[in-house]
Design a protein around this ligand. Structure first.
Ligand SMILES: NC(=O)c1ccc[n+]([C@@H]2O[C@H](COP(=O)([O-])OP(=O)(O)OC[C@H]3O[C@@H](n4cnc5c(N)ncnc54)[C@H](O)[C@@H]3O)[C@@H](O)[C@H]2O)c1
Length: 322
């Protein structure tokens, strides 16, 4: 088995909590270097994951370690130049969501990946949650999904992402948008939306009905001014309905003529470790497998363009403009 050499940029929250624990468990991955501009974080993270080569300049790290791939894990406003440079040096690239601050950035990153023959992936982890994958497979055994729903609720009405550099929908509710696209078959035919501000100067509720080219109807229901974090999904096909809450403590309930079945996130993942049950381990495994097998990752930059386009269509197609 070929070993994939991966260099890491960013020693922050997501890196330490989910991505490096996943990568460091893979037998076919070498972590060849770590870079962060904050030395205390750099050394603490490098110690934890036993990474010898440490850098505060990512370009030097890439030159010195010549990795196959690079993980670039930092707030979206810092991402673009690092991604473009890494691709220009022909390194495969993994980033977190959102895939840049604007659709323009996503498109430029996808063009650069195409030009330099690199594999890319955006961490839209909801698609890799074992419970979501298992339930989707069971539902699709009955036929294509004909109706789907993606909800995301929080209780932070005035939430400001990175001092306001990026909006709620593009930065965070995009998880619900991307998951809906996945459930509806990926290709959007038409969109109508209702966007609101509740108890805030900023828009914080994004609702849409999405017609997919598959024929499926998709519903997006997000609101940052309600009870708390609730992030659920529905998948419906001929003779089967599934209601899924993949968060810790949640479960999926499937209804058919034959009765009701319940599956928990830990049962589907074979583990109750959060990074496994919530799809982070699976998304990194998929990225590394795609490099090993010369396949295109499911959530590559070219695919992320479609999710960013759907975000744009939700803003453009309001049924009621103030
Ligand atoms: N998938 C999810 O569910 C999920 C959840 C939370 C956050 N995220 C996303 O993860 C990404 C990272 O978020 P985070 O909270 O881990 O960030 P963070 O701020 O905790 O960490 C970022 C790190 O990058 C370092 N850094 C910044 N610029 C650098 C540079 N030029 N060179 C080297 N190091 C640099 C910082 O010092 C910091 O240590 C964001 O895009 C966020 O939207 C995703």
């Amino acid at each position: 088995m070929k070993k994939i050499n991966i260099a890491l940029i960013g020693a922050g929250g997501m890196a330490n909590s989910v991505h490096y624990p996943s990568l460091s468990a893979f037998e076919d991955v070498n972590l060849v270097g770590l870079c962060d501009v904050v030395e205390s974080k750099l050394h603490a993270t490098a110690e934890r994951f036993e990474i010898e080569q440490r850098f505060t300049d990512y370009q030097k790290m890439l030159e010195k370690t010549s990795p196959d791939a690079v993980y670039i894990l930092m707030p979206p406003q810092h991402l673009f130049p690092l991604v473009i440079h890494s691709l220009s040096q022909q390194h495969h690239v993994f980033i977190e969501k959102p895939p840049g601050v604007t659709l323009h950035q996503t498109r430029e990153m996808a063009l650069a990946a195409e030009k330099h023959g690199c594999k890319t992936m955006v961490g839209f982890n909801r698609r890799f949650i074992p419970l979501m994958q298992k339930v989707k497979a069971i539902v699709e055994e009955k036929g294509p999904i004909i109706q789907c729903m993606s909800t995301f609720h929080k209780n932070t009405p005035g939430a400001l992402y990175y001092d306001g550099i990026i909006d709620v929908l593009t930065c965070d509710a995009i998880h619900a948008v991307d998951a809906l696209r996945w459930l509806g078959g990926g290709e959007v035919k038409a969109v109508a939306s209702d966007i609101n501000r509740f108890y805030s100067e900023r828009e914080n509720s994004f609702n849409a009905i999405v017609k997919f080219t598959s024929g499926a109807s998709g519903y997006l229901c997000t609101n940052w001014a309600v009870g708390g974090r609730i992030h659920t999904f529905e998948m419906h096909a001929r003779g089967i309905s599934a209601y899924i809450n993949p968060d810790a403590g949640g479960c999926a309930t499937l209804y058919t003529n034959g009765g009701t079945t319940e599956i928990t996130p830990a049962e589907a993942a074979g583990s109750d470790a959060a990074h496994k049950a919530y799809g982070f381990y699976g998304e990194s495994r998929h990225f590394v497998d795609c490099i090993q097998q010369d396949r295109r990752p499911l959530t590559c930059f070219a695919d992320a363009i479609k999710t960013m386009e759907l975000v744009g269509a939700i803003y453009r197609n309001r049924i009621d403009v103030d």
